[in-house]
Ligand binder design. Structure first.
Ligand SMILES: [Fe+2]
Length: 288
């Protein structure tokens, strides 16, 4: 468990670069444009997955020096496991597709990359704007649990209570969302390596900003050179993933609950949540 205190007023969160080098470059450029230091950016894991530039993407994030939560892809590659550990059902379309990218990535990363991935924390606890946040990849219990908007609130609530934090931030599921559960929150930034199955080529990231009287959470589109990632992913032999970058639609919905399947191709709009309560006051109280 890594523990951080972020004293600045803004924090950028993103998930799943997935070997999508053009998107990761664009996100880093966005953070620079926003004036965010590496200590104000957190990645929820899965640097290497479906797209064609695993090594370059991993090295870009590593060079950036931002905190990164271990994803199931890092765990599997670091341990030289037989598959990506995504939690796909055996012989499902997702499972069969994943064989291709996993072999491609595993053949290209070196021992130094594996050691770096093995040293990543499974969770990062962050004090920010007077709130306590825990960043995980899947859920509190499992690195590869898919937590979606439709996942029962009771399950999220139980995990939030056991974690004892104000906000749990997960990744892994690829869908950006935020839900208030009592006086706590479950957040997911979405991913930058694949579209959100919403029919657009853009990807998503999340910003947290401390205001005088509230903490604001907002989700933002990231436009990037998806044609560059299409070409490299196609050249790497992952044609269905390459097409998903162009179509904005996932090649398979095996992992999605019915509620999220019905959202396929429906455009997501940038959203904002407001968490009431003075950030400065809460920070002061927590310091006393
Ligand atoms: Fe994952």
């Amino acid at each position: 468990m890594q523990k951080l205190t972020i004293n600045e007023s803004r924090l950028l969160v993103f998930g799943g670069p997935y070997g999508n080098l053009a998107a990761t470059r664009q996100l880093r450029e966005r953070a620079r444009f926003l004036g965010l230091a590496p200590s104000q950016v957190i990645c929820s894991g899965d640097l290497v997955a479906y797209c064609g530039d695993p090594v370059e993407t991993l090295e870009l994030v590593r060079d950036w020096g931002i905190p990164v939560v271990m994803g199931n892809c890092e765990e599997s590659l670091a341990n030289d496991e037989a598959d990506c550990g995504c939690g796909f059902a055996p012989n499902s379309h997702c499972s069969l597709l994943a064989v291709t990218w996993y072999r491609y990535a595993a053949a290209r990363i070196n021992l130094d990359h594996r050691r770096w991935m093995a040293a990543l924390p499974r969770a990062i606890d962050v004090e920010f704007a007077g709130r306590s946040l825990r960043f995980v990849h899947g859920s509190l219990d499992s690195i590869n649990q898919f937590v979606f908007p439709s996942t029962p609130r009771e399950e999220k609530q139980a995990q939030l209570e056991r974690a004892g934090v104000d906000i749990l931030v997960g990744g892994h599921s690829g869908i950006p969302f935020g839900q208030r559960i009592g006086d706590r929150w479950w957040l997911n930034a979405g991913v930058i390596g694949m579209p959100a199955n919403d029919g657009g080529q853009h990807v998503w990231y999340m910003l947290l900003e401390a205001r005088d009287d509230a903490l604001e959470v907002s989700w933002h589109r990231l436009e990037y050179d998806y044609e560059a990632s299409y070409r490299s992913t196609l050249a790497a032999g992952m044609a269905e993933y390459a097409q998903a970058l162009r179509d904005g639609l996932w090649p398979s919905m095996d992992i999605l609950p019915q509620a999220e399947r019905r959202q396929r191709g429906q455009a997501l709009e940038p959203a904002m949540l407001t968490m009431p309560g003075s950030c400065a006051r809460r920070a002061l109280e927590s310091a006393v």
